[in-house]
Design a protein around this ligand. Structure first.
Ligand SMILES: [Zn+2]
Length: 121
């Protein structure tokens, strides 16, 4: 199934190949302020369907990830990171974190929320 998502104004829209089975509530300094619930995908499962030039980007800390938000309405949209399973950064295995609150026609209350202790990374 294709699941679609959009920011509040619609300038940033994207779709993924499947619904998330769970979402992450991360307590790092960035996520705790942004308030997103994250769903994780590989790049081939993700497609941005609106213009890339409407996407604004924020980086911080070690600059190894990029956090995107809509340049028009400001909604946090998606982030791109190398995987870091077991604390090892793997640039050959990029992944995309989507703000699951942007999904359309999806019951976010129906999937479990896992706490991610990003503050300790
Ligand atoms: Zn927007």
């Amino acid at each position: 199934m294709t699941l679609k998502a959009r920011c509040h104004c619609g300038a940033t829209q994207f779709e993924v190949t499947q619904a998330p089975e769970w979402v992450s509530d991360c307590n790092c300094s960035f996520c705790s302020k942004r308030g997103a619930l994250w769903a994780y995908y590989t790049p081939d499962q993700f497609k941005l369907t609106t213009a890339r030039d409407r996407v604004s980007t924020y980086q911080w800390g070690g600059y190894f990830g990029t956090h995107h938000h809509c340049g028009v309405c400001g909604c946090g949209t998606y982030s791109q990171f190398p995987s870091f399973e077991n604390g090892v950064v793997n640039h050959d295995a990029p992944r995309i974190s989507l703000n699951a609150r942007l999904f359309e026609d999806f019951d976010l209350d129906a999937v479990p929320v896992r706490k991610t202790d990003g503050r300790s990374y």
